[in-house]
Design a protein around this ligand. Structure first.
Ligand code: ATR
Length: 312
């Protein structure tokens, strides 16, 4: 595991500036530092993704993994910032704490109630959530599945589901039906979007529909345990695309079931992972990387490994 302990700064990343070489000692703060913080964190692919973005766009930065103690998220963030850190990605289980810690939230982070990207500046800490836009870009870009007018079935009512609602509404979907194993949580999710624009397009479903759905998005964590939410086969068969936010070398149980039921197309969430990273990179560096080659390389690597991982 590469946990970026705060004290590793002493011998930490050294800036190597060719123009200044020999004229003065390298300034360790000269290289912009970023990291992904979580618990656990060793599995995170974000350092690899951001290193590829940096190389592609000619940006000079360092991006590490940062293991925060479960009761030490705020202190870990404060340390990283005090040492000159410019921004953080935040993953399980700290996305809610990150929202509480930010001085300012973007509208999509406020709607999600969770933050996966922190930006540090003299003005304070900005919290954003790039998961939803990551999903939308993966659907509309790589998968060439335009969202305007689509009838969406959203499975799950946890943080992953909540994070994608506003970007899907903004992309112009005709409707989002939220179906969850625990029905009350679906109602709570929908109620939380009471003030959002186009909120009439959002509804909690007591029963999973068997027809009338174009796109099914699995935002449950069931795939992490090789299980799938119960969806009628007729619903899967009638949809143009079934998407699972979880990714792995093998199709998830949900994607296998969708394929067997006759769904036209299936995709896991690896593209969403890469796209949410690209949007974080844009926030920090002002340039949106080309995700296609980074996705292709990661796909090839992951297809050689057996793990199943959430796309966040
Ligand atoms: P996350 O932040 O990943 O969304 P979460 O808030 O714990 O995590 O939510 C997990 C979601 O996956 C919930 O919607 C959960 O359904 P319940 O609310 O009924 O618990 C859903 N989920 C997890 N395992 C599932 C399974 N085997 N079948 C169906 N839904 C499942």
């Amino acid at each position: 595991m590469h946990a970026h302990a705060p004290d590793s700064q002493a011998g930490g990343p050294q800036a190597i500036d060719p123009q200044a070489a020999g004229s003065r000692a390298p300034d360790p703060k000269a290289i912009d530092r970023y990291a992904v913080v979580g618990h656990p964190i060793a599995h995170s692919r974000s350092p690899q993704i951001h290193a590829a973005f940096a190389a592609q766009t000619g940006q000079r930065l360092a991006y590490d993994r940062l293991l925060a103690p479960l009761d030490g998220f705020a202190a870990t963030v404060a340390d990283f910032r005090a040492q000159g850190g410019r921004g953080l990605n935040v993953t399980v289980p700290f996305k809610l704490e990150a929202a509480a810690l930010a001085d300012t939230l973007t509208p999509r982070a406020a709607a999600a109630g969770a933050v996966n990207t922190l930006v540090f500046s003299d003005e304070g800490v900005l919290g954003d959530n790039t998961d939803g836009v990551g999903l939308v870009r993966d659907l509309e870009g790589r998968l060439a599945c335009p969202l305007a007018g689509r009838r969406v079935l959203l499975l799950g009512a946890g943080g992953a589901a909540r994070g994608v609602v506003l970007p899907l509404l903004e992309a112009g979907v005709a409707s989002i039906g939220v179906f969850n194993r625990t029905r009350d949580r679906a109602r709570e999710l929908v109620a939380a979007f009471g003030q959002a624009p186009r909120t009439s397009a959002l509804a909690a479903l007591d029963d999973c529909p068997s027809s009338g759905i174009d796109l099914i998005i699995n935002a449950t964590s069931a795939g992490l345990h090789d299980s799938a939410p119960a969806v009628p086969h007729a619903c899967l068969a009638g949809a143009q695309l079934a998407y699972d936010m979880v990714y792995g070398a093998r199709p998830t149980a949900f994607l296998r079931e969708a394929g067997e039921a006759g769904c036209a197309r299936v995709s896991d969430g690896l593209g969403m992972l890469v796209e949410q990273a690209a949007e974080s990179f844009r926030l920090w560096r002002g340039v949106l990387p080309d995700t296609a080659p980074v996705y292709a390389r990661l796909r090839a690597e992951i297809d050689g490994t057996p793990a199943t991982t959430p796309a966040r």
